[in-house]
Every structure is written in structure tokens, then in C-alpha cells.
Design a protein around this ligand. Structure first.
Ligand code: LMR
Length: 335
């Protein structure tokens, strides 16, 4: 028998299991994309009662792959079962936006879901569980869930801006005509919304600062709006929101959070009070920052980056929006 068979399985919860993002996410998780080829996993998948039939089809397909690492699959509409003893929680379940909507327009419909999610994570998940919020508006949904899970450390709650981060890397690589792996030191600040600030002021290409093609004109008029509006551009083109790239980003986020970034920068939205006002961000928000992650899976803020009035203004816009979103969900936050 292989070594793999003797490792205890890791439990991974995924909500919104019958949706588009999960249709990519689940199969990649089961194939070992998150934890590697020697770590068995158990998938605990949730969706609403009316989605159970579709979910059964997904489970059939998971079985039909005969994934060697997939120790068990639990699919249910009972949230407590889904979160029981999990090491990872991918909070995907939520209504996606359609054409012409901002992600914040989903606050009313989706915010309430995250109250119960937070309560159930608090009761049933491992206290070491790492949580990523994918459903929009991701930062504020994460804030709601986190406020209802006081027994899980704050730093275990995050919202996904890795999709924006990956979009930023690719846009710069395409412009410079280099492989995406040559581009580093890029980050996303703030909200996963059109006020996000994709920041290329510290970019390196093949280890060297900047690039001749990254003019201020390109950065301000092409790069920043392209990344800010990419989700909407995908919706306009596909008539559906991004799915495979969102699942890929969620896996990148959790994998790097587990195994580290070897000094490289990533972007994750995390509780701002961990950093006590750094970069002028007030406490009480879920805010995306440039982070490095060490080999034991702890993330650290990239501190003391030089700022200027352009950066300060961009940060102010996204801080203001997050504070406004928070105001709108005051009644959903646990006092
Ligand atoms: C994305 O960025 O593609 C997702 O957040 C979907 C959306 O509404 O933009």
C-alpha cells in the first residue's frame, strides 16, 4: 500500500457546490491541486435544498473520476454537516451578479447567508480552519461571517482578491511580452470591487524594477481600469461570471497560505485590525494588502512601502467604499 493511504485525510468544505465555480474547484481539489499528490482529502459539499439534484450529478462525476486522493465525498443541504471538523472552507455559495450590476449590489441578497455560515463555522469547524470568501461582495461577506465566529482566530478569515492579483500579473506580462512568472511585486489593495487599487508601482520584471512599457499613461488608463473591470468584462462576454479563473485563484490563495510564498508577494483581503492602521486603513474592515506567507503558513504585511498622493487617493476610495458597505450591514454584524 502506498504512503498516501496512511496519511489522515484533510477535510475541505465547499459551499455553492452545484454552481459554476465549484464545477471547476471540486475537481481540481480532488486531483491534488491544493495539497499535492500525497494528501488524501474528504470533500464536504453544500448547496441549497433546491440544488440537491444538480449536486448529486456533480458527486456522480467526482466518483467517475476515481481520484486516488478522494477519500470520501459528503454532499448535503445541512450546513452543520458540511463544516464539521473542516481544515479549509471555501465559501462560494452566493448569488452571482449579472450585467450592469456592481458586486456591492448583492449585499442584501448575499449578506444574510454569511451570518449562518459564520455561526456554523464557529460551532463545527476546526479552530484552525482557514476560510476564504469567494461569494460577492466578498470582503463584506467575510466580515459578516468572521463577526459570527468569535472562537476562530480572526486571521483565519480571508476574502479573495487573488483573481485580481492574477489578472494584474497577466496584464503586465502581456504588455511586457514576458512569461507571467517573470512579473512580481504587484498587489491589489482594498475591496474586490471596481474601487480596488491594482498597484504596479513596485513591479519587477525578471527581478529588475519597472519596465519601459509600463508608462504612467499605460498604468492609469489601461492597466488599472482593465483589472478593475475584468469581472464585468467576463460577464459581458460569457453572459456568466468568471468560473474557472475564480476557482483557480481560490486554489492559489489557499495553497500559498498553506505552503508559503518564498518571499514573493500575494494579495489577500484580511482583517485590517491585524495591522493597526498601517497604510491608513482603519480597523474593522476586510482589506486586501500585499502579503508574504512564511513556510509555516503565517502571512505578513509588506510594510513601509513608499506612498504618494496618487496611491493615498486610490486607497481612500476603496476604504470609503468598504466603510459604506459595512454601514449597510451593521444589522448583520455580531455586536
Ligand atoms: C470576478 O471578479 O470575476 C467575480 O467577482 C465575478 C464578478 O462579479 O465580477
Amino acid at each position: 500500500r502506498s504512503f498516501t493511504a496512511h496519511k489522515p485525510p484533510v477535510r475541505i468544505a465547499v459551499t455553492g457546490g452545484s454552481g459554476q465555480i465549484s464545477y471547476s474547484l471540486l475537481f481540481r481539489l480532488a486531483s491534488g491541486a491544493l495539497l499535492g499528490p500525497h494528501q488524501p482529502i474528504i470533500l464536504q459539499i453544500h448547496d441549497l435544498p433546491m440544488m440537491q439534484q444538480a449536486l448529486r450529478g456533480v458527486v456522480m462525476e467526482l466518483h467517475d473520476c476515481a481520484f486516488p486522493l478522494l477519500h470520501d465525498v459528503i454532499a448535503t443541504d445541512v450546513q452543520s454537516t458540511v463544516f464539521t471538523d473542516v481544515d479549509y472552507a471555501f465559501l462560494v455559495g452566493s448569488k452571482p451578479r449579472g450585467p450592469g450590476m456592481e458586486r456591492g449590489d448583492l449585499l442584501k441578497q448575499n449578506g444574510e447567508i454569511f451570518v449562518k455560515v459564520g455561526e456554523d463555522l464557529n460551532k463545527y469547524a476546526k479552530k484552525t480552519c482557514r476560510v476564504i470568501t469567494v461569494g460577492n461582495p466578498a470582503n463584506t461577506n467575510c466580515l459578516i461571517a468572521q463577526s459570527h465566529a468569535p472562537d476562530i482566530p480572526k486571521q483565519n478569515f480571508s476574502a479573495m482578491t487573488r483573481l485580481d492579483h492574477n489578472r494584474a500579473l497577466s496584464q503586465l506580462a502581456l504588455k511586457a511580452e514576458v512569461p507571467v512568472t517573470s512579473v512580481s511585486h504587484v498587489c491589489i489593495w482594498g475591496n474586490h470591487s471596481s474601487t480596488m487599487f491594482p498597484d504596479a508601482s513596485h513591479v519587477k520584471v525578471s527581478g529588475n524594477a519597472g519596465h519601459a512599457k509600463f508608462t504612467q499613461e499605460f498604468i492609469e488608463n489601461e492597466f488599472i481600469p482593465t483589472v478593475q473591470q475584468r469581472g464585468a468584462a467576463i460577464i459581458a462576454a460569457r453572459k456568466l461570471s468568471s468560473a474557472a479563473s475564480a476557482a483557480n485563484a481560490a486554489i492559489d490563495h489557499m495553497r500559498d497560505w498553506t505552503f508559503g510564498t518564498h518571499g514573493g508577494w500575494v494579495s489577500m483581503a484580511v482583517p485590517s485590525e491585524l495591522y493597526h492602521g498601517a497604510y491608513g486603513v482603519p480597523d474593522g474592515l476586510i482589506f486586501s494588502y500585499p502579503l508574504t506567507i512564511d513556510g509555516s503558513g503565517h502571512y505578513h504585511l509588506v510594510r513601509d512601502l513608499p506612498t504618494n498622493s496618487f496611491v493615498t487617493e486610490k486607497l481612500r476610495l476603496t476604504i470609503d467604499e468598504l466603510q459604506k458597505e459595512k454601514q449597510e450591514v451593521q444589522h448583520l454584524l455580531k455586536k
